[in-house]
Design a protein around this ligand. Sequence first.
Ligand SMILES: NC(=O)c1ccc[n+]([C@@H]2O[C@H](COP(=O)([O-])OP(=O)(O)OC[C@H]3O[C@@H](n4cnc5c(N)ncnc54)[C@H](OP(=O)(O)O)[C@@H]3O)[C@@H](O)[C@H]2O)c1
Length: 260
Amino acid sequence: MLIQNKIVFITGASSGIGEATAKQFARMGAHLLLCARNIESLNSSALQLKDEYNIEVYPIQLDVRQKNTIATVFQALPKKWQQVDILVNNAGLAAGLDFIQEGSLDDWEQMIDTNVKGLLYITKQILPQMIARNSGHIINIGSIAGHQVYPKGAVYCATKFAVNALSMGLRMDLSGTKIRVTTIDPGAVETNFSLVRFKGDAARASAVYDGIQALTPDDIADAILYSATRPSHVNINEMIILPTDQASISLFSRQPAREK
Ligand SMILES: NC(=O)c1ccc[n+]([C@@H]2O[C@H](COP(=O)([O-])OP(=O)(O)OC[C@H]3O[C@@H](n4cnc5c(N)ncnc54)[C@H](OP(=O)(O)O)[C@@H]3O)[C@@H](O)[C@H]2O)c1
């Protein structure tokens, strides 16, 4: 399926997987609606993408948790930008790594509000025009953590299990339409993810990737682009993508001196 001139809305496009996905769609000639909280970062990649790929980019500062703002921001967009062809629900995070009995309520709320409720709010905002046009693709970024749980990760995993359930449910609820629903479920990808989880503790964050060749954001952007470019009768339901050095959610083959 050609995606040239399609409108692609990517949440969490200011860094990591979302930023890499924006670049890959730009390279294919799509026009990009990008959101995140960090508008400076969005603005600077918008300038670069417009310049390099001769496409249109519309950056918006938006916190996906703010349900009352989402509709207002969206309805204020020029009509063309409201007709989203492909929605990539990527904004998300892990906050903390704690036993449930020791977990922080604020961390839990941030994860649930962003990864589950934010994804729902955005999807509900975008879906009606897709249904009206009987066309569209929703690509949710889940995780291997939506299939397996690890100690101290129960709440993050619960949010990603929810993303998986929501993707399955959406597929059912949209049955009979031409709208496709995909989840892309990565293992360890080296981004700001661990730095955010450990609240800026760079040593702890980089230890997550010690001795393994982690996935890059582009590895996941490739899979997103692949799903979006299948013929319209083909729906990639789900892709689980792990580094070769990761055999399950918590089993890594770490080489002390492995070159990255
Ligand atoms: N890295 C991994 O190992 C891994 C593995 C499996 C799944 N994932 C998933 O992949 C997705 C992207 O993560 P990443 O690895 O690329 O991490 P990242 O580099 O930290 O990027 C996260 C993105 O989400 C945005 N975001 C966070 N909270 C937001 C909010 N409330 N409203 C709007 N945007 C928000 C951030 O932008 P602002 O801070 O500017 O708002 C940023 O652009 C997440 O859903 C994550 O759970 C990551």
